[in-house]
Design a protein around this ligand. Structure first.
Ligand SMILES: C=C(O[C@@H]1C=C(C(=O)O)C=C[C@H]1O)C(=O)O
Length: 361
């Protein structure tokens, strides 16, 4: 795709063109630090050992509020042709993880699955992005050209609508908005409200959430002069699910790390990986197909070190010809998880992407 977009409720960055490309965070951090480029945009992969897809754009436009596309075009017909793993195998994987988690060797592991969607005519990133942003009450959306990650990624794009903020840095201020702990939405307003309140009081979900806030505190504390992590999460809703969320705010020590360095330090949080980090990453590498850029981060960093990075969830990778999309969803598994409920959670989360493609969940 030509260009990059990160649309959030409060602000949007849209860029075009490419004057340089980086497949490692180090190379991009160096280019910014040396003043060679004023801005880097792109995506970090889920697995920190995989190549990144970072671009120094030619033009950039910051606007207030979410992106307002000129039009929201209809998309070609598309359908699911493959599920990896199959729903039955996802149940088996989650049950096996629950047994391991009960032994106490790991605290939490995020299990993910993907669906392959094939379209009758090319699905282009910008029209899909327009639909995702238009359908999200928060106006969240991201679109990234993955070509900088190497020959395997040429022409591929990552497109999604993420409610989760990995971090935002403005000067010495850093904010995060981690999510973890999920419940379904209901058509009936009273049942929907009750489900949300039940989530806010659920010991299992609060523990799942605390793995994430504990890790963010552990990473940010040494970097911050002051750091506020509220004791209890709040409830947020997307059209598909309820989540537990915690607004984190810190004042970074001088000299403050850049937004890109902070993204590298924080990623992958237990919202997408698990606790302890290395054990969870090893478990995911051993059991799952490669996640690519799903579960990574999408965002930008300027030469002042300011920037915004969203957690790359509720997204799909689109093939260069636009005829194939792979969408992913996952959920945190803890010792008390029920495989059937976890499968249903991933189906609800896939609804963000599949709904934008008019594919019923
Ligand atoms: C991993 C995903 O979502 C993450 C996992 C959550 C959970 O386990 O409750 C909630 C929000 C996200 O941090 C996803 O959407 O694929």
């Amino acid at each position: 795709m030509d260009g990059f977009l990160l649309s959030r409720t409060d602000r949007t960055l849209r860029t075009s063109g490419s004057r340089d490309r980086y497949d490692t965070v180090d190379a991009a951090v160096d280019a910014l630090a040396a003043g060679r480029v004023p801005l880097v945009v792109g995506a970090l992969p889920f697995d920190p050992d995989d190549p990144a897809a970072l671009t120094a754009p030619e033009t950039a436009e910051h606007t207030v509020g979410p992106w307002t596309p000129d039009s929201v075009p209809a998309l070609p017909a598309a359908r699911i042709t493959e599920e990896v793993p199959t729903p039955a195998d996802h149940l088996v994987r989650v049950a096996a993880l629950v047994s391991r988690l009960r032994s106490g060797e790991l605290g939490k592991v995020v299990a993910a699955r993907s669906v392959l969607v094939e379209a009758e005519a090319p699905v282009r990133p910008w029209p899909l992005l327009a639909r995702l942003v238009a359908r999200d009450p928060g106006g969240n959306g991201f679109g990234v050209d993955l070509s900088p990650a190497g020959a395997d990624h040429t022409g591929r794009a990552l497109v999604g609508s993420s409610p989760e903020l990995l971090l935002e840095r403005t000067g010495r201020e850093v904010r995060c908005f981690p999510l973890a702990g999920t419940a379904p939405r209901h058509r009936d307003a009273a049942a929907d409200r009750a489900e949300g309140e039940h989530l806010l009081a659920s010991a299992k979900n609060l523990a799942e959430h605390a793995f994430v806030t504990d890790r963010i505190r552990e990473v940010l504390d040494p970097l911050c002069e002051t750091l506020t992590v509220p004791d209890r999460p709040q409830l947020i809703g997307t059209p598909q699910v309820w989540h537990l969320a915690t607004p984190v705010h810190g004042l970074l020590r001088d000299p403050a790390p850049t937004a890109l360095e902070l993204a590298r330090a924080l990623h992958p949080t237990p919202a997408v990986c698990g606790t302890p980090l290395q054990g969870a990453l090893d478990a995911i590498r051993a059991t799952e197909e490669p996640r690519g850029f799903y579960g990574g981060a999408a965002g930008w960093c300027d030469a002042d070190g300011d920037g915004v990075w969203a957690v790359a969830i509720r997204c799909a990778e689109i093939s260069a010809d636009g005829l194939r999309l792979r969408a992913w969803a996952g959920g945190g598994i803890v010792a008390g998880s029920d495989p059937e409920a976890e499968l249903a959670e991933t189906t609800a989360k896939l609804g963000t992407l599949l709904g934008a493609l008019d594919i019923a969940g």
